[in-house]
Write a protein that binds this ligand. Structure first.
Ligand code: GLC
Length: 651
């Protein structure tokens, strides 16, 4: 289609749908400005299909309808966000991920929890999957059977709208999930496919026999090798094999069919028009498959995300997208968009590499692997940001490269074995109590489950009634949080971690969950236990209060906004890792001791600002610290960290 023809279709469709007023001009300009790009991306995926032009024209109508149905409140909010610059880079953003039922009960109970969240310092709420999902085969809601109806156990769309409004009134933000790669096998499309409907069978990858599945499996990795081995399942009713990369009840959508992209874009727009601020796109690495490849991170997967991003920039520019790509470090970076598409793909990505590296440092007391990986992480484009976290609802994958492990002098195989044993509950001398998840005997791969507190030693310390060990584990919890809170990006606290929840083993009694030990770190909140956050000297109080302090420091200083203003330091001490944040005529040195022993750091680490700064103030206790002119030392207690703020001298 020539540009002229494209523009006139857009203008005519707008007119036909009554979008031609003065107030619509900004939308029409955005559409015309991005139309060629949208068309280019669509043609990269589907130009060989006969229905190519027809589906693209339907996409145009879908975008216009979405804009037309967008509530005035959200149109104004889009504009407000645009005026703020890149709103999600702000140091004021602090997130919490939580399951509505396990945290509060139902969506109706959520508004009453806002005060608690605000008290902690949370300004962004990530509600774990909300939409209909079969109770016994739900993967925590990541097997969606209806994208537009909220699971009745949690509430209704109206309840969600009320919660969204309550957050917005308080200047807070809302994030939810979009499960893009697959649906539940109970979804209407899958049901129709099972009944033999060929149109809907083409929404999935279905095969009459194992010929293609066998060939494809030779190059695909198993995601859940223990509970759902292989990447295909046999469906009796359909009498066919179907691709199911995750669990056998999660059927992979066939995005080579443009109707699938259109239908999923319509679901995304539905969420945008509920006023969602950040959409977490689940498992984007998997959305395109090709024989002979790992079926992960393929160029077409990026093209689909770019198409979604551009469509959102036109119809609902206020909704940012977070890509949940838990892949190798270099490949994560690609989800921010490359080349011309830099900043035109995911706005936000999980800093999964950094998360795993913090666990590596905690287990080994050696931070060199963390430093070695940073040059990749630092390539993040300006204007995009990270979600930084210590734990989430998933397992911890040790996804960093072997190359850097070797560079710092370890044998990658033995190093990984040590980490798995230390964190995964296999080493008697380790304070951690976690478990291995996704053990694959063929590849020797395994990930780790366990709450932040249990992995930091609190569970074992409490069992032994060892007060000193309890104190140490609290210090470790706060060290892990501090490191991720002061980095560039949005800190995302996992609910329960804010007051030291240890592993919950009750999932073992639930047949819908017992096959998946990730449930051990997804607690059901006991609000009586939570009340202890107000009682001095309790574990709950110490953890909550410590976290609250860290978050309030972050919120006080714009320097913690993510302007790519971070530089890692050479500490000359492998137990201590640190970075410097800079903004205008101020800087902050954040330094973390990952060792159970006291450590020292020479003042050489401050060389870059030595002559500009008179004194530093430790934001943790407001004490002044004077930096000498020689190799004097800064003393660290075990697991201590410093957040040293300085203004530059006036010349
Ligand atoms: C993502 C989710 C995880 C889920 C998987 C399949 O990785 O975070 O919990 O099991 O996708 O949807």
């Amino acid at each position: 289609m020539k540009n002229k023809a494209l523009f006139s279709i857009i203008r005519e469709t707008c007119k036909k749908k009554g979008i031609n007023g003065k107030s619509d001009q900004a939308f029409i300009d955005r559409f015309i400005g991005n139309a060629s790009l949208l068309y280019y991306l669509f043609s990269q995926l589907y130009s060989k299909r006969e229905d190519f032009n027809a589906v693209f024209t339907e996409m145009i109508a879908l975008i216009i309808d979405t804009y037309k149905e967008r509530d005035l409140v959200f149109l104004n909010r889009d504009e407000e966000k645009q005026n703020k610059g890149t709103w999600f880079l702000s140091h004021e953003l602090v997130g919490m991920s939580l399951y509505v039922d396990r945290f509060a009960g139902t969506l109706n109970d959520m508004p009453a929890k806002i005060e608690y969240l605000q008290d902690l310092g949370v300004s962004l709420v990530h509600l774990m999957p909300l939409f209909e999902s079969p109770e016994e085969a739900s993967d925590g809601g990541y097997a969606v059977s209806n994208y537009k109806v909220i699971d009745k156990r949690l509430g209704t769309i109206d309840d969600l709208k009320i919660f969204q409004q309550s957050l917005q009134e308080k200047g807070m933000y809302l994030m939810i999930d979009m499960v893009l790669n697959h649906t539940s096998n109970q979804h209407e499309w899958a049901q129709k496919a099972r009944q033999g409907n060929a149109y809907y069978q083409d929404f999935y990858y279905t095969y009459d026999d194992r010929t293609i599945p066998d060939q494809m499996e030779t190059s695909m990795q198993e995601v859940f090798p223990e509970s759902s081995p292989g990447s295909f399942s046999y469906d009796d009713e359909m009498n066919k094999w179907v691709m199911s990369v995750f669990h056998n009840y999660q059927w992979d959508l066939n995005f080579t069919n443009p109707q699938v992209l259109k239908a999923m874009l319509s679901n995304i727009f539905f969420y945008a028009n509920l006023g969602i601020d950040i959409l977490r796109i689940d498992a984007p690495a998997f959305i395109w498959k090709q024989m002979g490849t790992s079926c992960q991170n393929l160029p077409e997967a990026h093209t689909i995300l770019q198409f979604i991003k551009v469509a959102l920039e036109i119809a609902a520019p206020g909704m940012a997208i977070l890509g949940e790509a838990i892949v190798a470090p270099k490949q994560i970076m690609d989800y921010f968009g490359k080349g011309y598409f830099t900043n035109h793909e995911c706005d936000i990505a999980y800093n999964a590499t950094q998360m795993a590296l913090q666990w590596d440092a905690l287990a080994t007391t050696d931070t060199r692997n963390m430093i070695a990986n940073q040059h990749v992480i630092l390539q993040k484009p300006l204007g995009t940001t990270w979600v930084n976290y210590t734990r989430c609802h998933d397992d911890i994958g040790l996804g960093f490269e072997d190359y850097y492990i070797e560079q710092v002098g370890y044998n990658p195989y033995l190093h990984r074995e040590y980490l798995k044993n230390y964190l995964g509950g296999r080493l008697v001398t380790s304070p951690s109590s976690g478990d291995l998840f996704g053990v694959n005997p063929k590849t020797n791969d395994a990930r780790i489950s366990g709450t932040l507190a249990s992995l930091c030693g609190l569970e074992k310390a409490m069992q032994k009634h060892d007060e000193q060990a309890i104190q140490t584990s609290i210090e470790k919890i706060l060290l892990m949080q501090a490191n991720s809170i002061f980095l560039g990006g949005i800190p995302m606290i996992f609910y329960g971690d804010e007051f030291g929840y240890t592993n919950d083993y009750s999932y073992l009694k639930d047949p819908g969950k017992s096959y998946d030990n990730r449930w051990m770190h997804r607690p059901i909140i006991d609000w009586k236990k939570n009340a202890k956050i107000k009682q001095k000297d309790t574990i709950e109080h110490k953890v909550f209060n410590g976290l609250q302090t860290l978050l309030s420091i972050r919120k006080r200083y714009e320097i913690f906004s993510d302007y790519n203003n971070l530089e890692w330091l050479e500490s000359h001490n492998r137990a201590i890792v640190g970075f410097k944040r800079t903004l205008n005529d101020t800087c902050v040195f954040c330094l973390f001791n990952y060792s159970p022993e006291p450590q020292t750091l020479t003042h050489y680490v401050f060389n870059s600002v030595r002559n500009k700064v008179k004194k530093f103030t430790n934001l943790m206790d407001n004490a002044s610290i004077k930096i000498g002119n020689d190799q004097e030392h800064l003393l660290f207690k075990p697991y201590q960290y410093f957040v040293l703020f300085a203004e530059f001298k006036n010349h």
